[in-house]
Design a protein around this ligand. Structure first.
Ligand code: ATP
Ligand code: MG
Length: 703
């Protein structure tokens, strides 16, 4: 059991009967402690289904389950390994009835929320609705309901938003829907206000483990406390220097509160970094140095000095992308000190913001290098997938009005805007959902018979599909069902009609077919259900599969071992590692992101920085620290002399974090001759494997 764990890690793993906090820097084996502790708890006699390990993303959950499988085999399937949100869904499906929630409630995505808010606030302006959404989400994360938000509102603007929040909440109740924040807030209400529910969950869970604890928000901490009770059998692992979700309501107070709320808390520090070379770790430590310390930490590596960290400058983004590609090629071709024979999967290009990916994608495609973009637009954000999901949501919850509107108009089926408007006002007058209203006998008084007829036809079709989906089990039948349904509604034609470019329509249709495959694999029990809603993989009905999908942020759970270069935002790279990392756009104004106003975009001032700017700068610095510490063997940091600002190009400076890395003299600027050599070598190689690479690149770059 102690294989591959140092003494401090072993101590954390063996401490099972009380609250335990592992506080340590990047790459020190915190996540490893969690997987090993799962195995240790099982070995000590705790049933696997009584262990919950909470991860920050669905992807991290899948990865942890894989690692746990390596240690404990089939038992890994039974352990509850999921995000706080997925655990929340499970709790609400099981016990939400006491809050007046149907087990088949719908989970709204961000776009649904925006449009409901437009309606609730009487505005057609998306930007305004998004501002409300943001404010409401932060309030919810602080545990405030609409009335409490109103009571603490500081100005007119906040008062208006709180009033809209109240109307928004009414609508969610009417639609039997919840938003993502509710997936934390409602389980908390369940546990806090319903002692019998609390007792049930406390009895069920013998130990709760939380990864990335520094990025939990106030409500999540309350949920954790309720789940573990006074006994406090939990293990939290985290690193205050990697707290990068403050902008979304995560709070370091959760770390500060632990020793106060649990005086018996055992705090364990890990000091050895097993991930990075000394050169990389030194740069990381230097960057994080200026930030205030919650707990003092030291971190060392025994992996040797390694290659110096490189700083690469470029004229603009295109040039930066070219240089990045050249670096990947030269490392792969074995021209640098790291040796030859590198796989594509060993490389990651990390950046601050999603939109930065595009230039790098273009350059990689041009060089025929296969890649994937993670943490960008997820599969489920694509319009075609959302269309299909709207139908599922409607099967599961007939009262889901946003889903109703999407399904009834996609594809168009002769039910026009005026009909829907009349249906809408009829339904709000009689406090019915759109779906209920459609079958009301008095609907004929507000709509012509023909319109009523089309609505009835639609309603019956939805009911019929729902019935059949409930009785369709297993992969093969599920697939046949989906294809038949798509043919019925003529969805392929709908895609081609709606898209000017045939190529784009075709790729959308390919996504739809991929989605069908994926849904049917789930129905066949071939894919682990990471949603946490179910922990044993057996054959499921298509309806059950549909119930779990709103939560999954990515379809590519099984694609980790694809041999491709990763493009990722820094936020999405948290917890992960690659042998070779390129941090790009490390340009003042990008990273740190614009801190001040237009006149003083970098927030640099002669006088002292305001508290707000200072805090944002510190979070940006942690983001840089997270980026640097993803690298195992080589790290390059690049910046551009000019950067885009709106439509203009403006002169730019290297990020202050580059100076803060305090790279010593051994850091060489990248040698242009190296690049040339690399290109030559690559050119020779390309002749051999270009056909294979081209195929891979096309597959990887499908939009
Ligand atoms: P992060 O802060 O980035 O989340 P972490 O603290 O969770 O990092 P891990 O991802 O658990 O660190 O571990 C980093 C790397 O070090 C992994 O490749 C892991 O397998 C390895 N590692 C951790 N502990 C040991 C050990 N005792 N012996 C050998 N390798 C180890
Ligand atoms: Mg980790």
């Amino acid at each position: 059991m102690s294989a591959g764990l140092n003494l401090a890690q072993q101590e954390a793993v063996n401490y099972m009967h009380g609250p335990c906090l592992v506080l340590a820097g990047a790459g020190s084996g915190k996540t490893r402690v969690i997987t090993h502790k799962i195995a240790r708890l099982i070995a000590a006699g705790l049933e696997p289904q009584r262990i919950a390990a909470i991860t920050f993303t669905n992807k991290a959950a899948t990865e942890m389950r894989e690692r746990a499988k390596g240690l404990i085999g089939r038992d890994a399937k039974k352990v509850v390994i999921c995000t706080f949100h997925a655990l929340g869904v499970r709790m609400m499906r099981e016990d939400g009835a006491v809050l007046g929630l149907k087990p088949q409630f719908s989970i709204l995505d961000s776009d649904d929320v925006t449009s409901i808010l437009k309606d609730a606030g009487g505005s057609t302006d998306t930007a305004t609705a998004r501002q409300w959404q943001w404010a409401i989400s932060l309030w919810k994360n602080m545990g405030l309901n609409a009335a409490q938000a109103l009571a603490q509102a500081k100005d007119d603007n906040e008062r208006v938003t709180a009033t809209i929040m109240a109307r928004y909440e009414e609508r969610l109740t009417a639609y039997q829907s919840v938003d993502f924040d509710d997936l934390i807030g409602m389980p908390l209400a369940l546990l806090r206000d319903h002692p019998e529910v609390r007792a049930k969950w406390q009895a069920l869970l013998g130990h709760v483990l939380v990864d990335e604890y520094q990025d939990t928000n106030a409500t999540q901490y309350e949920v954790l406390k309720m789940l573990v009770g006074e006994r406090g059998r939990f293990t939290a692992v985290g690193d205050d220097d990697q707290s990068i979700y403050g902008w979304r309501g995560a709070t370091l107070d959760n770390l500060k509160k632990l020793p106060i709320d649990y005086p018996q808390l055992k705090v364990i520090k890990l000091e050895q970094n097993y991930r990075s070379t000394s050169a990389i770790l030194r740069a990381a430590n230097n960057v994080i140095g200026p930030n205030p310390k919650l707990y003092p930490k030291t971190l060392f590596s025994e992996l040797g000095e390694g290659e110096p960290v490189r700083v690469v400058d470029a004229d603009n983004e295109e040039h930066e992308a070219e240089r990045t590609v050249a670096r990947i090629q030269s490392i792969r071709a074995g021209i640098t000190a790291t040796g030859a024979g590198h796989e594509w999967r060993e490389f990651a290009v990390l950046y601050r913001a999603n939109h930065q990916a595009r230039t790098f994608e273009k350059a990689l495609r041009k060089a025929q290098i296969p890649y994937k973009v993670s943490g960008g637009q997820s599969f489920f954000d694509r319009a075609e997938i959302k269309d299909l999901c709207a139908w599922f949501r409607l099967w599961i919850n007939n009262d889901d009005d946003p889903a109703f509107l999407r399904a009834v108009t996609t594809p168009k089926r002769g039910i026009g805007h005026t009909t829907l408007q009349a249906l809408g006002s009829f339904s709000s007058k009689y406090k019915l959902s759109l779906f209920e209203a459609l079958f009301s006998s008095s609907l004929g008084s507000v709509l012509p018979a023909k319109a009523v007829g089309s609505l009835h036809e639609f309603g019956r079709y939805v009911n019929d599909l729902e019935f059949r989906a409930r009785h369709t089990h297993g992969a093969q039948d599920a697939r046949a069902f989906m294809l038949e349904w798509l043919k019925d509604i003529d969805y392929e034609k709908h895609l081609y009609d709606g898209e000017d470019s045939e190529k784009l329509a075709a790729s959308r249709w390919t996504n739809v077919l991929d989605f069908c495959d994926w849904m049917s694999a789930r129905a066949g029990g071939e894919i682990d259900d990471t949603s946490g809603a179910s922990i044993v993989s057996e054959k499921k009905s298509l309806l059950e599969v549909a119930q779990t999908i709103a939560l999954l942020s990515t379809i590519s759970e099984r694609e980790q071992d694809q041999n491709v270069v990763t493009l990722s935002t820094l936020h999405a790279a948290k917890g992960l590692e690659w042998p070779h990392v390129m941090l790009v756009g490390v340009t003042e104004g990008m990273l740190p992101f614009k801190l001040g106003d237009d006149d003083n975009p970098t927030g640099r001032a002669d006088g002292p920085m305001s508290e707000g700017i200072l805090q944002r700068l510190q979070e940006e610095r942690r983001l840089m620290y997270v980026g640097i510490t993803r690298a195992q063997r080589s790290l390059a940091v690049s910046w551009t002399k000019r950067r885009k600002k709106g439509r203009e190009m403006i002169a730019a400076l290297p990020s202050r974090f580059i100076a803060e890395m305090a790279l010593d003299k051994t850091t060489a600027k990248e040698d242009p001759r190296e690049k040339l050599k690399a290109l030559r070598a690559e050119f020779a190689k390309k002749a051999v494997d270009s056909a294979a690479a081209a195929a891979a690149a096309t597959a990887a770059s499908a939009p």
